[in-house]
Ligand binder design. Structure first.
Ligand SMILES: Cc1cc2nc3c(=O)[nH]c(=O)nc-3n(C[C@H](O)[C@H](O)[C@H](O)COP(=O)(O)O)c2cc1C
Length: 333
């Protein structure tokens, strides 16, 4: 399986053919740094609204961690105006992002109502105007994230193929395609056959698949079957940064290590919680961390007990005590 180059995103070369996807509300600096620690070479930050980047305060906040080395890191932007998207891309590159990713995939109703994200899949001309203007503005690797259409109707399929064809013609560095329609949201299985047909039609373009990447062996098997250049890990990485260690082993033809034991899970959970506490007041930190608890719990043999105990914890001390009780006591971080 091992090859010298994993994935080429324009001028950026990764040594493995996978990276961590943009995950709104999750893929913050902490989640990205855990991914990196376990072998992920590159990650995208949460999606940002392009027009908000015009406010210096918001742009400063988007500045991932000035002074802390997190490269390469990608910014994903969403918006419907080519000029505003191009300006946001330029500003985000200026504050240090290495890669720009354009979101034409988000299925959230509020986003769709405003004509952004996945809604733009019905407006190929606007998509291409955005792609062209951003491409003319930034020289860094440029990715386009999309789904396989608004729905399965033939008009939507025509729009999808037009966007794919013309984005490639405009010189983007890779397409990242989630194998579901906007209307499907996260229902059903991702359709990797359509992704394979994109690669078959554009063999020299870099096509990266997204959808249901949970099992390392299966992910590479799918990549081989479809001929795609790589894949992104999304839900499979929430509460499971160890997936990157496993993926790397498969890629390098090494045996997959056993899943993390309770002590290793405990150490990461505590470190994660403490990092969240550094960024938010206690109550908010606990609320935010709960989203991760339910995911971390999946690796615990008593998943239900972990969620019921830790979701009830309402103070820092109670969360810590719960983690120690459920995952065994030991050295803390
Ligand atoms: C909670 C959540 C937030 C997401 N946020 C984004 C986002 O901001 N930008 C994006 O392009 N995709 C986003 N996605 C989609 C994922 O990147 C990915 O394409 C999708 O989940 C399919 O992959 P999976 O089945 O392996 O999770 C999100 C998905 C989830 C579950």
């Amino acid at each position: 399986m091992q090859e010298s180059i994993g994935l080429r995103l324009g001028s950026l070369t990764l040594d493995v053919p996978f990276f961590q996807a943009s995950l709104s509300g999750y893929s913050d600096y902490t989640m990205r740094s855990f991914a990196r620690r376990f072998g992920c070479p590159f990650a995208l930050a949460d999606v940002m609204l392009a027009k908000s980047m015009a406010e210096p305060r918001v742009l400063r906040k988007a500045c991932f961690r000035p002074g802390i080395d997190e490269h390469p890191v990608g910014a994903q932007i969403m918006g419907e105006s080519p000029a505003i998207m191009a300006k946001a891309a330029r500003d985000l590159v200026a504050v240090g992002y290495d890669v720009i990713d354009l979101n034409f995939a988000c299925p959230v109703p509020k986003v769709l109502r405003r004509g952004r994200g996945g809604a733009l899949l019905a407006r190929p001309k606007t998509v291409i105007d955005i792609v062209r203007m951003v491409r003319e503005t930034v020289a860094c690797p440029l990715l386009v994230k999309l789904r396989i259409g608004i729905d399965h109707d033939s008009a939507s399929q025509d729009d999808f193929w037009e966007i794919v064809t013309r984005s490639i013609e405009e010189g983007i560095d890779a397409l990242v395609i989630h194998g579901r329609t906007v209307e499907q949201r996260y229902r059903g299985k991702a359709d990797w056959d359509t992704l394979a047909s994109v690669k078959a039609r554009f063999p020299s373009a870099t096509i990266i698949g997204s959808g249901d990447v949970f099992d390392p062996q299966a992910a590479f098997e799918r990549m081989r079957q479809t001929g795609l250049d790589g894949f992104v890990v999304a839900r499979g990485a929430i509460g499971n940064p160890w997936i990157f260690r496993e993926l790397r082993c498969v890629w390098e033809n090494r045996p997959i290590p056993p899943p993390p034991d309770l002590a290793e899970q405990r150490a990461i959970m505590l470190e994660h919680f403490h990092r969240v506490l550094n960024g938010y007041p206690e109550k908010r930190a606990i609320g935010y961390f709960r989203k991760f608890i339910v995911r971390y719990a999946r690796l615990h043999p008593s998943r239900k007990q972990v969620t019921t105990t830790l979701m009830k914890a309402e103070s820092r001390a109670a969360v810590e005590a719960g983690i120690h009780a459920l995952y065994g006591a030991g050295e803390t971080h």
